[in-house]
Design a protein around this ligand. Structure first.
Ligand SMILES: *[C@@H]1O[C@H](CO)[C@@H](O)[C@H](O)[C@H]1NC(C)=O
Ligand SMILES: *[C@@H]1O[C@H](CO)[C@@H](O)[C@H](O)[C@H]1NC(C)=O
Ligand SMILES: *[C@@H]1O[C@H](CO)[C@@H](O)[C@H](O)[C@H]1NC(C)=O
Ligand SMILES: *[C@@H]1O[C@H](CO)[C@@H](O)[C@H](O)[C@H]1NC(C)=O
Length: 509
């Protein structure tokens, strides 16, 4: 056959194949976040698979074939012309690669190179979106990613909706295998992949040594209200009229609808969250909206995945880092950090169970070329988050993950105050700076916060000076109550190389 004729036949064949696959897509498909190279949730949880089937094809029952077993799908009528099918698989041990096929009549779909492991959802605003190519030592981190072929990454597109969506409205990055040359963890322009999510997953993998699936679904500049369902917003008094008109989604629940709701039908292990900077302009409701959102996501994921995602799945968050370069400014960041813990100062706590956090207020980066609100050190953030995750989400015993937690404060001598800490490694606090404490008292007739220098750290307490005027009893002490409290890893109180979270405590007399 002459060359031209051969090419022509190839073109015709190609067109036939394209048409065929378009048809197949319409008749029978997986949901948008099931593709080759993905990670499905491992045992003891049960992974779910779902997709669409066109109405006139419904007589062809869908079966999923995996590990010599056939699973018959259940159906839900979705629209007048579409059915949804769903399968819950038997618990499957970690590992792979596996091939999973789904058939309906003579139509067959396949998922290749599927691993079973733990699936983590990563959400929030720009500091979650902040990509690997933007971090310190980015080129080394991208090269090092080639060694992590058992971590798989997926990025949802930034889309909003006024109604809960069944499937994603867009995918920026299908499930991909990280490798320096594949670009899977960085396309260089903030589209993918989330650095906080990546370093969290990489640290988990180093400890767990089995596959980890990471799903990033985040949008810069967003308020928590857009990620919360109407049910969870009803639990709190919120005032959306205070939202400024940015070029970002501001309709309450609009990203819950499009970037979270579609994932509820998938079994996941847990969620990590890095958000709160935007809410610092009106921080007062965050102590309600954040814990309420966690409760609501847990309840809805349990229901959406047919009881396969744990009702109390672990939820981790990054306590927001810093903004600006002056240790004088206070624009709501201290309030958000405190409210992120439901005003306990630490997690987990009575209000926030199975919740873990990474403190990041000492990882500021005032000279970041992406703006001071976007620190480039996401390695330490991911490390601290994974450390706390191992303790809370994986119940690893004897792991130090909290940093010292202030438990009480009282007058020591008229000139000094003692602040006691729990969770101190070897009963030894490390003092890295002498500033950051303030006491609340009357000065020149006005109640005010006055700086109170650290005199010394002893075993599990620090002594700070009582800077109130003689005769004016200090009532409270607070710590690191600034947008940018200290230089890199240079706040006052540490233990085991982890910082004390910021706090406010009454002073006993
Ligand atoms: C990958 O791992 C191997 C074995 O631990 C190590 O020798 C190599 O330096 C690593 N490569 C990168 C790019 O980190
Ligand atoms: C950057 O983003 C656009 C879409 O936002 C995408 O099409 C493109 O591939 C990305 N990567 C690079 C390196 O430009
Ligand atoms: C960047 O690499 C240098 C040299 O290896 C290291 O000292 C530094 O801690 C790294 N920075 C981060 C944020 O990991
Ligand atoms: C700010 O930093 C300076 C220099 O380290 C220190 O003297 C001062 O006490 C700090 N202020 C606060 C509020 O921490």
């Amino acid at each position: 056959m002459p060359y031209e004729t051969l090419s022509m036949w190839k073109v015709v064949l190609l067109i036939l194949l394209i048409e065929r696959s378009v048809d197949a897509d319409e008749d029978f498909s997986f949901a948008k976040y099931y593709n080759d190279h993905m990670v499905l949730q491992r045992a003891p949880l049960k992974a779910t698979l779902w997709g669409y089937l066109r109405n006139d094809a419904v007589t062809n029952k869908v079966t999923v074939n995996f590990n010599d077993k056939k699973y018959n799908a259940v159906y839900i009528k979705d629209t007048p012309t579409k059915y949804r099918w769903m399968v819950t698989m038997d618990p499957t041990q970690e590992g792979g690669p596996h091939v999973i096929t789904a058939t309906a009549g003579d139509l067959t779909l396949a998922l290749n190179d599927v691993l079973f492991g733990d699936v983590w959802m990563c959400s929030g605003q720009s500091n979650m979106q902040f990509t690997v190519p933007s971090v310190f030592n980015a080129s080394e981190e991208i090269v090092a990613s080639s060694n992590y072929t058992e971590i798989r990454v997926f990025t949802a597109s930034k889309k909003q909706s006024v109604k809960p969506e069944i499937d994603l409205l867009g995918v920026d990055e299908k499930w991909s295998v990280p490798a320096a040359e594949s670009g899977a963890i960085g396309d260089g322009n903030w589209t993918y992949f989330s650095a906080t999510c990546w370093f969290f997953g990489r640290n988990l993998y180093d400890s767990l040594k089995y596959p980890i699936g990471l799903i990033a679904s985040s949008w810069e500049g967003t308020f928590i209200e857009v990620w919360s369902s109407p049910d969870s917003l009803k639990k709190c008094e919120t005032d959306e009229s205070l939202f400024p008109e940015f070029v970002i989604p501001i309709i309450p629940s609009s990203l819950w609808n499009s970037m979270i709701h579609p994932f509820l039908k998938m079994t996941i292990y847990g969620v990590v969250w890095y958000q709160g900077e935007s809410n610092a302009i009106k921080p007062n409701t965050y102590d309600c909206t954040f814990p309420a959102m966690i409760d609501d996501w847990r309840a809805k994921w349990y229901e959406g995945s047919h009881g396969n995602t744990n009702q109390m799945f672990p939820f981790g968050f990054v306590q927001i880092s810093t903004v600006g370069s002056s240790n004088d400014s206070m624009n709501g960041f201290p309030d958000i950090r405190w409210h992120q813990t439901a005003d306990f100062g630490y997690v987990p706590n009575a209000r926030m169970k199975e919740v873990f956090m990474a403190v990041a207020m000492d990882l500021g980066d005032p000279n970041s070329p992406f703006g001071s609100v976007h620190p480039r050190d996401k390695q330490d953030v991911g490390y601290r988050l994974a450390l706390a995750g191992r303790a809370i989400a994986y119940k690893e015993k004897s792991l130090y993950y909290t940093g010292p937690i202030a438990s009480s404060a009282y007058i020591n001598t008229p000139q000094s105050i003692i602040v006691h800490y729990t969770h101190v490694v070897d009963n030894k606090l490390e003092i890295r700076s002498y500033s950051g404490f303030e006491v609340y008292c009357i000065k020149d007739g006005e109640p005010t916060w006055i700086e109170s220098a650290v005199i010394k750290g002893v075993t599990n307490f620090v002594i700070i000076d009582n800077s109130c005027d003689a005769g004016n009893r200090p009532t409270h002490v607070r710590y690191s109550w600034r947008d940018y409290p200290c230089v890199l890893k240079g706040c006052a109180v540490y233990s085991g190389d982890l910082p004390s979270p910021p706090f406010i405590l009454p002073i006993r007399h």
